[in-house]
Design a protein around this ligand. Structure first.
Ligand SMILES: [Zn+2]
Length: 895
């Protein structure tokens, strides 16, 4: 997928109090399923599901055992074994389990019939309605909400699905695989379709869709010459908005052939866009189901960032066909096996077809903004967790983004050729099977003949390693010595850690700014510029240096670590001007800005005099003045660290108001100092021709809009006027949203005028109105909470639609640091109330949004007290879901 216990005294009438599931308790299933024949008769409130399972004893399991099938809120209507009705004492059926007490010790056929109400299914797991359409979401444990089944990924079966529905209500009927049959049900207004998927798959990859949908069609010829039909289904009338997604799909299919030798396998590949969806998208075999936000994009309705993420998510889900579907996870503890690896693959895809340095910077920003924060708080967990109470809460930045970094480190350690050999071996060895992280890593160890035993700690130990580097130059010996210590801080359940394997890419800059070649004294050569750390403390000596070098450390962010070094004054400015590693050049500017901001935050709180931004401004002036640089890169380098970045770096006793004030002052100072350069960039980057969403055009717009924003910070009067004009003249959503974003920061008639105009212009277009909700939620002023509260009653808002909730509430709690973290606690109280209400409708989304409290312990004492109070209030709410219960308990340290 493309991506949250309490005082027992207050609990009553609950079946949601889960026992933790532990990795050490894994054992193979007692029974396997060879084939599944589903017959689903769709009806808005009474959908009937008949399932015919061919079960056989698992030769790997011990003794013959009862057949235990998972369920979730199911009602059993009938059950037969080999065609014979089962006696009442031969089975036990509850809403969450069907047990066949003494099954024959041989293969047999079990048939069940259940009845569902898709309209009442507001959890959006299992079979539910998205508007008028029927759709499904089964990962991780949704299939058990459709029929009784061994709902675990190591049970892989061949599925045949017959769907029947009213012709007018659901003219389109889709399921996994290839279409085998279709026709009318004679004498009725109903019709049917039969889909057969020849590839054995786990139940979480099952999907079906029924509805009145528009479609765009294309085809793709694979590298072996097979023609594959491509279809994207959308709400009727929105077909043209799916063209970009279709192009992205074809680019992804070609890239996977070229980069990984992976070819698509079925005759048809389908994507369906739905408007009610808990996650970003889902890689069901041959029938991906997407949040429409990640499919639909047009010049008028989507920003460049939207186009970018449509392309990345289309690619991500497509890449799962091999990393996730053909080879799946043995159990949910191995989730990173498919997600970390597939994120790595989609990041590589975007790097190859867009800009690699810009993509790397964006990915590291996201990693630090989400994963480092997760690692530093009460929800920290290893890339492969060892226990969970609710697996839905582990679709996290750690599993996805850190999981991808771990794969990238494998590539850095082994080099590209051996890495590819390891991937090839993985596909060859495990195709058609459910694998583990250990089996994945063993492929690289075997293919490259490399000992990865210690490397496995990246999967087991939570937390972000902290590296301290002390560089000392000896002019006599022409040697630079690096003394490197690593420390992994304690995390929940892991008080003591062992040293990690850390591939550290480094460079030595001479006084002219160029890289100096070095020799690693008395050790292995410096392969590909990387030293490999394995111990808590290590020393490396590099010879051949005529002058003291300036160190460029962790180039390209070769390891997901925090790093400090004994740089001298002026070294960062030097790196910002000269580093040949574009990531580290960007990093040098960020480090300069962050250090300055942290100092000035302290000054704000202590009333001390503030430090000026001269050194940073010189560095920024050089970057914006260098017209040879990629505009998208310049925009990244000129962007100040976010309030979240600063809070994360401060780490304890965080005061969001002081952070906001220091950052606002710095932006104003930079805007004033670089006013004319920003003005010039704004003009230079303004395209006259027609709009195109390609990376180069988007990069120019990103610099133009950064210049608009930063110049307005320096001169609000002129900035507001320019933004208002850009808003009126905009011929695309990127420019329109960027100008609205600038206007939103300055209270005045221009802001309200533009907000009203925006609503009128896009009224009824839900995805665009989400931008209107989001923008108002992030305005950093005290009136925002009242505005957000009022907007929850707006006719276009609904707690039942996750996109609306994420747009308004999600942005308020995740992206509005000062107003969510109000000193009076009103932001937390609002969130607690809203999440208690949402939990009754959609526990998964409520749990995810509750992670907004993940850094509550890092706050200054007054806010910390209010946050704890809000968390405890949620914890005490009656009938809390397992999902929210788990997040709240871990956040409070009671679970
Ligand atoms: Zn995924």
């Amino acid at each position: 997928m493309a991506s949250f216990s309490i005082d027992p005294g207050v609990k009553s009438m609950r079946t949601e109090q889960a026992v933790p599931v532990r990795l050490v308790d894994y054992r193979p299933p007692d029974w396997l399923v060879e084939t599944v024949a589903l017959d689903v008769s769709l009806d808005p409130t009474r959908t009937r599901v008949r399932a015919r399972l061919k079960l056989k004893p698992n030769p790997q399991a011990a003794a013959p055992a009862a057949v235990v099938l998972d369920g979730d809120e199911l009602v059993l209507r009938a059950v037969t074994l080999d065609g014979e009705a089962l006696a009442a004492d031969a089975y036990v059926a509850t809403p969450d389990r069907l047990t066949i007490l003494q099954p024959p010790n041989r293969p047999f056929v079990l048939e069940t019939e259940t009845e569902l109400d898709p309209t009442a299914n507001t959890k959006l797991m299992g079979l539910y309605r998205s508007g008028k359409a029927y759709t499904t979401q089964c990962e991780a444990e949704g299939f058990r909400r459709i029929t009784y089944f061994p709902d675990r990924p190591d049970v892989m079966a061949v599925f045949t699905t017959r769907i029947e529905a009213d012709k007018a209500e659901a003219p389109v009927l889709l399921a996994n695989g290839n279409l085998a049959d279709a026709g009318d049900v004679l004498g009725t207004t109903r019709h049917y379709a039969v889909w057969h998927d020849p590839f054995p798959k786990p139940s979480y990859l099952f999907a079906l869709v029924g509805g009145a949908l528009g479609v765009i069609e294309d085809s793709f010829t694979t590298m072996s010459g097979r023609k594959v039909a491509l279809k994207i289904f959308v709400e009727p009338g929105k077909e043209s908005r799916a063209d970009y997604a279709m192009g992205a799909l074809k680019r992804a299919m070609r890239w996977d052939e070229q980069a990984f030798g992976r070819e698509y396998d079925l005759d048809i590949f389908m994507i369906v866009a739905v408007s009610y969806f808990n996650m970003g998208a889902m890689e069901n075999k041959g029938l991906n189901i997407f949040n429409d936000k990640n499919v639909l994009a047009s010049q008028e309705t989507a920003t460049d960032a939207d186009f970018n993420s449509v392309e990345a998510i289309i690619a991500h889900e497509y890449f799962h066909n091999w990393t996730g579907n053909r080879i799946t996870c043995r159990d949910w503890f191995q989730l990173c096996l498919k997600e970390g690896l597939t994120v790595f693959r989609d990041q590589e895809f975007s790097s190859d077809i867009r800009s690699r340095p810009v993509k790397r910077i964006a990915d590291v920003r996201a990693l630090r903004g989400h994963q480092f924060v997760e690692d530093a708080g009460p929800l920290a967990h290893p890339v492969r967790p060892e226990a969970y109470r609710e697996i839905s809460n582990f679709y996290t930045a750690t599993i996805y983004e850190k999981g991808a970094e771990v794969v990238r480190m494998l590539k850095t350690l082994l080099g590209p050729a051996k890495f590819r050999a390891g991937m090839d071996l993985y596909f060859e060895r495990h195709d058609g099977r459910a694998a583990t992280v250990d089996e994945f890593v063993a492929c690289f160890a075997d293919a490259a003949d490399y000992d990865l035993t210690q490397f496995m700690r990246w999967y087991r130990q939570a937390g972000t390693p902290e590296l301290a580097v002390e560089a000392n130059y000896d002019a006599g010996a022409k040697t630079c010595t690096l003394e490197i210590t690593q420390m992994l801080p304690p995390t929940p359940g892991q008080p003591v850690k062992e040293p990690m394997v850390i591939p550290l890419a480094i460079g030595f800059l001479g006084p002219d700014g160029r890289d100096r070649p070095v020799t690693l004294a008395g050790g292995p050569t410096l392969e590909r510029g990387v030293v490999t750390l394995t111990q808590a403390k290590q020393t490396f000596a590099f010879t051949g240096l005529d002058e003291r070098p300036v160190m460029s450390l962790n180039r390209g962010f070769s390891a997901p670590i925090k790093l400090t070094a004994n740089l001298r004054d002026g070294d960062l400015a030097f790196l910002a001007a000269h580093d040949s590693d574009s990531f580290n050049r960007w990093q040098a500017v960020q480090t300069l800005a962050t250090a300055l901001l942290i100092e000035n935050v302290a000054a704000h709180r202590g009333g001390a005099p503030k430090r000026g931004a001269d050194e940073l401004i010189v560095a920024l002036a050089a970057i914006i003045g260098d017209h040879g640089l990629d505009p998208a890169y310049v925009a990244q380098a000129m962007a100040m660290p976010t309030e979240g970045d600063i809070a994360r770096e401060i780490g304890t006793d965080v005061d969001p108001d002081a952070i906001f004030a220091a950052r606002r002052e710095l932006r104003a100072a930079v805007g004033r100092a670089l006013g004319s350069a920003l003005e010039a960039a704004y003009v230079r980057m303004t395209d006259k021709g027609p709009y195109s969403p390609d990376a180069a055009s988007a990069g120019r717009r990103s610099l133009k809009n950064l210049a608009l924003d930063l110049a307005a910070a320096g001169d609000p009067g002129a900035g507001v006027a320019r933004a208002a004009k850009q808003y009126r003249d905009a011929d695309n959503m990127t420019d329109r949203m960027a100008s609205l974003g600038v206007l939103s920061l300055y209270a005045g008639p221009e802001r309200q005028e533009a907000l009203d105009d925006f609503y009128r212009r896009y009224d009824g277009d839900a995805l665009v109105i989400d931008k209107w909700f989001a923008l108002q939620a992030v305005i950093p002023e005290p009136e925002t909470l009242d505005r957000v509260r009022a907007l929850t009653a707006h006719p276009a808002f609904s707690l039942a639609n996750p996109n609306r909730v994420r747009a308004l509430v999600g942005n308020f709690v995740q992206a509005n640091q000062t107003q969510f973290n109000r000193a009076d606690g009103a932001g937390y109280a609002f969130h607690a109330d809203t999440m208690i209400a949402l939990d009754a409708i959609n526990p998964q989304v409520a749990a995810r949004l509750m992670t907004a409290f993940r850094s509550w312990r890092a706050l200054e004492p007054v806010r910390r007290g209010h946050a704890e109070e809000a968390l405890k209030r949620v914890a005490a709410a009656p009938n809390l879901s397992r999902d929210v219960n788990d997040i709240v308990a871990r956040s409070l340290g009671t679970g």
